[in-house]
Design a protein around this ligand. Sequence first.
Ligand SMILES: [Zn+2]
Ligand SMILES: [Zn+2]
Length: 306
Amino acid sequence: MRITFWGVRGSIPCPGRKTYRYGGNTPCIELSFEDMKRSLIIDAGSGIRELGNLIMARDFPKGPLNIEIFLTHTHWDHILGLPFFTPLYIPGSQVRIYGPASFDGNSLQEVVGSQFSYHYFPIRYAELAAEIDYVELKEGSCDLRDGFIIKTKFLNHPVLCLGYRFERNGLAFCTLYDTEPFRSVFIDNPANPDYDEDMHHEGEMIAFEENRRVEEFISGADIVIYDGQYTLKEYQSGKVGWGHSPCEYAIAAAARAGVKRLCLFHHDPLRTDDELDQLTEVLCTPHISGSMNVFFAKEGTSINIT
Ligand SMILES: [Zn+2]
Ligand SMILES: [Zn+2]
């Protein structure tokens, strides 16, 4: 199993001299297996443009393209690279897009495809030459042939967002980003006149159970790519409810779940390369992470899991 990072940044592309070492492109990850000729991509952030160019040079000369894209959700930073993904314009290409089913009446195709309108882009959806189909996912598990299984879990984000667990040949790789710890949605301040102790208690129990289910979902994984947009201090200083996790929580949750390698991902656009180096020194040490290998994702790097 090989994982390649084409985009690791959250929220908005941020190229520049302060981000060039870790990378400024938004989420896009390539997943490949030596013995399986399938092109598997997680998210279509700005990083997918370069990946599309590589697919055209590497795979297209060998025959028609067959590509599967797994969207975690449809926030802009996870789909904005799609109009620049060359395989969509190649007749004979087949592109299957998986993503969360929405509950507001708009299909996945409508949400993703609405980028291709003259208001936003010079090419209309109807002009795309590839054969594109969509698979809407809820929580559960899917057998994708070749011994390849995906499992999905709803995360805690301001829109429906999926965590993925990819399993094959006894190896497990999970994505768990654009999420933050679940918490009670009920009033927790006893001084508030609307405070209800029973409701508060119930809310705490539900949040606890959901956080436990997330840890069960990534249990024993060989590698987990986890949201690490903030430090705990930043998170507690006005970022609760923004849908992203503090690195310290990600490390503790992954360690409890028995994860082997933890990759912190979806770096804040304000985070410089030097700051990521400093965070590596502070957080990616046995003192904090125990025997688990912890690192910050870097665009352009690959990891082999065996
Ligand atoms: Zn995002
Ligand atoms: Zn998001």
